[in-house]
Design a protein around this ligand. Structure first.
Ligand code: SF4
Length: 274
């Protein structure tokens, strides 16, 4: 009973958000949150394609848990700097769009301000060191690039789940003397539950922006892109609580890419893996 009331509340909040979104005229956009992810999904978002598998109540509730964590971060910041925090700050150009979760003004802790992305995550992901994800790093670095503050505002990722947390500063680095990785890379430094953690990815934001920009203004994308949604793809499906033999459809556009499989799926979006 209690659970149903909360789930319905989250569902209604999301329905209202979707309604407002649909009322707006669709303008093709590339979303910074899609950087590092499936190019077809980025393309479908840009094109305003029909969502064959909209989020269900369970997922909406999970997303809400992430928003609740963000609310707590903002409340703590506003408590410390009553006039020094902005939320949902739009950044971009005629092609790219993004919204900075939290933008902190210059203060004693952040002398150059701070761009902050608050992510809800699972304890499993945190324990297994699956963070920071490259897509999240790209996202905050893109915010930094498009903010145009006149100076570089540091970019941070903050993950939270129960009493688990992780925090990282994300930077782009270039080593022009490095023949192999001379194009640059993404670095992170911070801690997971107080344990120092640093590292990087040998990928580069500008190359990733270009990869996606290649699809700007193209004709609708019809080909599946990958042979299988189980082995080669990004987030087409996810593991299911029912067991290893089962996968659950996890992408809004699954029906465009794998129509035959979409037809075979059960009502709760489960697919049996051969
Ligand atoms: S179903 Fe898979 S390939 Fe298709 S858009 Fe989604 S993530 Fe990309």
């Amino acid at each position: 009973m209690i659970n149903d009331i909360i789930t319905e509340y989250c569902w209604d909040l999301n329905a209202e958000k979707e309604r407002l979104y649909k009322e707006r005229e669709h303008k093709p956009r590339l979303w910074m949150s899609n950087l590092g992810g499936c190019i077809r999904k980025a393309y479908f978002d840009m094109d305003g394609a029909e969502k064959t598998h909209p989020f269900d109540k369970l997922l909406i509730r999970k997303f809400r848990a992430g928003s609740d964590e963000e609310d707590k971060t903002v409340a703590a910041f506003l408590h410390k700097w009553p006039n020094g925090v902005l939320r949902e700050v739009p950044v971009g150009n005629e092609m790219w769009s993004g919204k900075i979760d939290i933008l902190v003004a210059q203060n004693e802790d952040f002398p150059n301000g701070a761009i902050m992305e608050n992510k809800g995550t699972s304890p499993y992901g945190m324990k297994k060191g699956m963070i920071p994800r490259l897509t999240h790093c790209y996202q905050v670095l893109a915010y930094q690039k498009f903010l145009n503050a006149g100076y570089e505002v540091p970019a941070y990722l903050y993950y939270r789940c129960w009493d688990f947390y992780a925090q990282f500063e994300i930077t782009s680095a270039t080593d022009e003397n490095d023949d192999f990785f001379g194009f640059g890379y993404v670095e992170f430094v911070g801690d997971i539950n107080g344990r120092e953690e640093s590292g990087g990815y040998t990928f580069n934001l500008d190359t990733e922006l270009e990869r996606m920009e290649n699809f700007w203004g193209r004709e609708p994308m019809d080909t599946p892109g990958y042979d299988s949604p189980f082995t080669e793809s990004f987030a087409c499906t996810k593991s299911s609580r029912k067991g290893k033999k089962w996968k659950q459809i996890n992408c809004l556009y699954f029906g465009h890419c794998f129509p035959e499989l979409a037809e075979k799926a059960s009502e709760d979006r489960l697919l049996e893996v051969e």
